[in-house]
Design a protein around this ligand. Structure first.
Ligand SMILES: Cc1ncc(COP(=O)(O)O)c(C=O)c1O
Length: 358
């Protein structure tokens, strides 16, 4: 007999990408940044560790919110810090979706949204993507209108494409919330635009961002939401009092204050991304033009699992992904390789290996 809630017993649980704990891997599987964080971050962590670890951290993250507000061109009461953007997504799910509410999200996309809906005991429905990763609005709008909460990662994972603001606006439910998950937004060629938050839809839109990717801080666990102060005030009731610790708050504050460091790393990653894309195309892969720090590559042979295994045998880790129930894919299952953009030498290693495999 299980004493767990049936919602929990029914699901397998979210399985994150592999994090090998031994050395020697070329790790291109979970979209981390291959470059180190700003030296200012290390200084801030050291100062905090020497300072007041015996005291609880600031429950509101005041210093971080001020720094983030400046970068995002809003007031600090538009910002909610979280223990990774995944925690922010959890807070949003728990805040807006009751058992009779529906959550919608694109498919194929970030699988966590479905797990969060299952854990919450909410209903959920997928917003199917077309073969070119666009929307057929005749298909998806009725689903959006049945939903209370819509999650859209922009740019998307695993495809790496970015949708236009007009497309996104149409995905706002008439009586519900649209969450734009901008985990990869800093890698896009055009900068973020926050106008939506100031539009008439402003109280129905939340933007989430992470420090795990562009700021090179996956090990710290920090993300945040940007939304109208009335939304942030509601979300605050749902979060743990001290959801962000003193070290991560100090690290994130220092990181966001060093925009030059972040931008110089994202510029390098974008250049490597273009080089990897052309090289993969040359050896026969189809690659979706990416606006992120990864590419989605598929090969006409369909041998993605074998390619993944062969790379893994050489200690090169990419992400093999397989999505069932994709109507337009071969035998209804879309699979492929999602490859994180590493340093130039890591990408050379990958390409050398792939040349021998494909
Ligand atoms: C689309 C998307 N959103 C959110 C996250 C989670 O980021 P965090 O590390 O801030 O929890 C990821 C992580 O890979 C992601 O791919």
């Amino acid at each position: 007999m299980s004493l767990f809630r049936p919602e929990l017993d029914r699901i397998a649980g979210y399985v994150p990408g592999e994090q090998p704990q031994d050395s020697g891997w070329t790790k291109l599987n979970t979209n981390e940044n291959p470059y180190p964080p700003s030296p200012r971050v290390i200084e801030a962590i050291t100062d905090t560790a020497r300072g007041r670890l015996n005291m609880y951290p600031d429950p509101l993250g005041t210093a971080f919110r001020r720094a983030a507000a400046e970068v995002c061109e809003v007031e600090p009461d538009w910002i909610l810090p979280g223990n990774g953007s995944d925690e922010v997504l959890t807070i949003l799910t728990r805040s807006f979706a009751g058992p009779n509410d529906q959550i919608a999200f694109p498919y194929p996309s970030y699988i966590l949204y479905e797990t969060l809906a299952d854990l919450q005991g909410a209903k959920h429905e997928r917003l199917p993507l077309e073969p070119d990763w666009s929307w057929d609005f005749n298909k998806v709008i009725p689903i959006v209108e049945r939903s209370k909460l819509v999650f859209v990662p922009n740019p998307n994972s695993p495809s790496g494409n970015r949708w236009t603001w007009d497309d996104l606006v149409s995905l706002t439910p008439r009586r519900g919330m649209l969450v734009l998950d901008e985990a990869y937004g800093d890698f896009a060629d055009a900068p973020h635009r926050g106008e939506l938050l100031n539009s008439t839809l402003g109280k129905q839109i939340v933007i989430t961002r992470t420090f795990s990717k562009s700021y090179s801080l996956a090990g710290i666990r920090f993300g945040f939401a940007i939304a109208h102060p009335s939304i942030i005030a509601g979300l605050r009731k749902m979060k743990d009092s001290y959801n962000c610790d003193a070290i991560s708050l100090a690290a994130a504050t220092a990181a966001i204050q060093d925009q030059d460091w972040m931008k110089s790393n994202t510029t390098r990653i974008r250049a490597t991304r273009e080089r990897l894309t052309s090289a993969l195309v040359k050896i026969g892969f189809h690659v979706v033009p990416s606006q992120t720090n990864f590419v989605w590559a598929t090969h006409p042979s369909g041998e993605h699992k074998a390619q993944y295994d062969a790379l893994r045998a050489k200690k090169i880790l990419v992400r093999y992904m397989s999505f069932p129930d994709v109507a337009w894919a071969n035998q209804g299952r879309l699979d492929g390789l999602r490859i994180t953009i590493g340093t130039d030498s890591e990408i050379d290693l990958l390409l050398d290996a792939l040349n021998g495999i494909v």
